[in-house]
Design a protein. Sequence first.
Length: 193
Amino acid sequence: MGHVTRMTANLPRLQTARLTLRPVERADAAPTAALVTPDVAANLSTWPSPLSVDQALAKIERAECQAAERKALDCAILDRSTGALLGWIGLAVTDGPDARFGYWLGSAWRGRGLMTEAAAAFLPAAADYLGVECIVALVLKANRPSIAVLQSAGFLLAGEEDFHFETSNEQRSCLRYVRRFRRNGVPPERPAH
């Protein structure tokens, strides 16, 4: 599990065994654009491919504003030893104490358990920072690796939902997963069996 240190803007910065998670910054624009290949974008609702550096920069600038207002937190997932950008992970407040969870890794970094490691460190810290109690994740039914990440992170299947994918301008059927936290970012106690 990761530990939290604080940056000057009071945003979470996390370290795990293999990763550093820190709020996205403008220097991430070019590597972000390079990582969002068609196979990455295929499972994302708001990330087109190709993604230009200017589009990536606009996403980063929006993320900076939303983090300052505690409306969202988007973090870069970095290789701890090299500092290379591997992907993004984020929470965005939707209604009241609820937030939507999103994440992606560049194609070369998949299948190594990195997103499971990132999610375990990120979710409690981000839920605490944003003051959210319920986190919702929508995943395409065929995206088995993403479903495995959610299950490893303690999400429970809560049904299906049609969701509008901006990049393709279509409604797509997704599985809806939910995880709850107490106000301090700690998962609620599970009832004893």
